[in-house]
Write a protein that binds this ligand. Structure first.
Ligand SMILES: [Zn+2]
Length: 137
């Protein structure tokens, strides 16, 4: 079965075999079918709205990919908090690194993982636009 969508009336119908040109049974419009090869192997995958890449800046101008790398390599200094303009959080983070003798870095590893896996929208909501002085998770 080959699915066709009429470009004139927008309705869909099927033919048994691939064809060079096809006539719409609804409005009699004759047109050249598109993508017959793909349809022969199943419906084309439907893509949602394009997700921003991990290193693409979101509306806030901050990228979660950059935040993740900062958390991983310089998280002990609070670099990822300074990056999202949470200066007090960056200072708290630095103090926690010192008073926990680095144990705090376990949390930083989890944060790195979260930055990589969460959506850009969640990232901005939780870390950039958050009212929290010190957003952890
Ligand atoms: Zn039609």
């Amino acid at each position: 079965m080959f699915n066709h969508q009429c470009p004139k009336c927008g309705r869909t119908f099927t033919t048994q075999a691939p064809v060079q040109s096809v006539q719409c049974p609804y409005c009699q419009n004759v047109f050249q079918p598109m993508n017959q090869q793909q349809q022969a192997y199943g419906p084309q995958q439907a893509y949602g709205p394009a997700q921003p890449g991990i290193f693409d800046e979101g509306p806030s101008g901050k990228s979660r990919g950059v935040a993740a790398l900062l958390a991983f390599f310089l998280g002990g200094f609070g670099a990822h908090y300074f990056y999202v303009n949470k200066v007090p959080a960056g200072i708290i983070c630095l103090i926690l690194t010192i008073i926990t003798c680095g144990l705090w870095s376990i949390i930083l590893l989890i944060q790195t993982f979260l930055f990589f896996t969460m959506s850009q929208e969640d990232f901005e909501r939780k870390y950039v636009y958050s009212q929290s002085t010190f957003p952890i998770f």
